[in-house]
Design a protein around this ligand. Sequence first.
Ligand SMILES: NC(=O)C1=CN([C@@H]2O[C@H](COP(=O)(O)OP(=O)(O)OC[C@H]3O[C@@H](n4cnc5c(N)ncnc54)[C@H](OP(=O)(O)O)[C@@H]3O)[C@@H](O)[C@H]2O)C=CC1
Ligand SMILES: Nc1nc(=O)c2c([nH]1)NC[C@@H]1CN(c3ccc(C(=O)N[C@@H](CCC(=O)O)C(=O)O)cc3)C=[N+]21
Length: 312
Amino acid sequence: MTTDRAAARTDAARTLGGPPAAAALLDAATRLAATLPVTPSIAFIRVGDDPASESYVRGKAKKAAELGLHSAVYALPDNTTQADLHALIGTLNADHGVHGVHGVLLQLPLPAHLNADAALACIDPRKDVDGLHPVSAGLLWQGQPGLRPCTPAGVMALLDHYRIPVAGQHAVIVGRSALVGRPLAGLLLNVDATVTVAHRATPDLGDVTRRADLLIVAAGQAHLITPDMVRPGATVIDVGINRVPTDTGKARLTGDVHPDVAAVAGALTPVPGGVGPMTVAQLMMNTVQAAQNQTVHGHADQSNGASGELLR
Ligand SMILES: NC(=O)C1=CN([C@@H]2O[C@H](COP(=O)(O)OP(=O)(O)OC[C@H]3O[C@@H](n4cnc5c(N)ncnc54)[C@H](OP(=O)(O)O)[C@@H]3O)[C@@H](O)[C@H]2O)C=CC1
Ligand SMILES: Nc1nc(=O)c2c([nH]1)NC[C@@H]1CN(c3ccc(C(=O)N[C@@H](CCC(=O)O)C(=O)O)cc3)C=[N+]21
C-alpha cells in the first residue's frame, strides 16, 4: 500500500523550506543581541544601479530593522572610483565605539571598472560579516573560528535545522565561486563530509552529481540539474536564483534544479523560499556575532570571530 502511494506521487521529495529554518536562526540572533551592551550595527555599501543588488540590500536592511539592529545603506554612484570606495570602507572600519559600526557588507557584483577583491580586502576582518575577506576565507579553510560567508553558512544551518546528516556523507557541490561553492566545500569538510566540487570543466557533470548523497547546486544556470543527474533519495539544495521571463512579461525566479527532480530526490529546497531567506538570516547572526566579538570582554582581541559557535 505504501509502495503504491509512493509510486503514484510525482513529488516524492520532502520540501526543506527556508522560512522556518530562517526564523529559528533569527530568533537565536535576537536572543544573542539581547545579551550585548550595544545595538549591533551594519553598513551596506552598494555601487551603481543594479536592480537585483538594490532589492537584496533593501531586503537585508529591512530584516535588520525588524530585529532592532542599526543599519545604514551607502548607495554610491556608478562612476565611483576604487579610491572613493576604499576611503568609505576605511571610514566605516574606523567607526568604533558605542554607536560604531560592527559590520561592513560590500554588495556584489561591482561595476566592471572596480576591483571587488581589492575592496573586500580593505574591510576590517572583525567587521567582515559577509565572510569574504581573505582572512575569513583562510580561517575557514584552516578550520579555525571566524566569520563565515552567509549563503554557505545558511545552507549549513538549513541542513542542521532539518537534521540532515552530513558527517560521512558524500557532498557534491556544483560551482566554485568565492561567494558560495568554495566556502561551502570548507564548511562541509569541517563537519566530516567527503566533498567533491564540480565546475564547467567537469567533463560529465551527471556522472559526478549521481554519486552525491547531498547535492548542492550553485551554478546560476536555470534547471541545470535534471532528474537523471540525481541519485534516488539524495538531498538536493538549490542555491541558484535565476530570473526567467514569463508569458505575462514579468520575470519569475527559478533555481538551478529542474522541478522534476522532486520526483527523485529525498529532500529538496524550493526557489524562492529556500536558501535565500537563510542567507539573510545568517547575515543577521554574523552581525550580532561581530558586535559581540568587538564589544564583549574576552572577544575583543580576536582577529575575527572567537566564539566556539563560529568554528563550523
Ligand atoms: N540563494 C542565495 O542566497 C544566493 C544565491 N546565489 C545564486 O547562486 C548561483 C551561483 O552564484 P555564484 O556562485 O555567485 O555564481 P558564479 O557565476 O560566480 O559561479 C558559478 C559557478 O558555477 C559553475 N558553473 C556554471 N555553469 C556550470 C555548468 N553548466 N556546469 C558546471 N558548473 C557550472 C561555474 O564554473 P566555472 O568556475 O568553471 O566557471 C562557477 O564555478 C547564482 O544563481 C546566484 O544568483 C548566490 C548567492 C546567494
Ligand atoms: N557581497 C555579497 N553578499 C551576498 O550575500 C550576495 C551578494 N554579494 N551578491 C548577490 C548574492 C545573492 N544573494 C541573495 C540574498 C537573498 C536572496 C533572497 O532573499 N531570495 C528570496 C527571494 C527574493 C526575491 O523575491 O527577489 C528567496 O530565494 O526566497 C537571494 C539572493 C546574496 N548575495
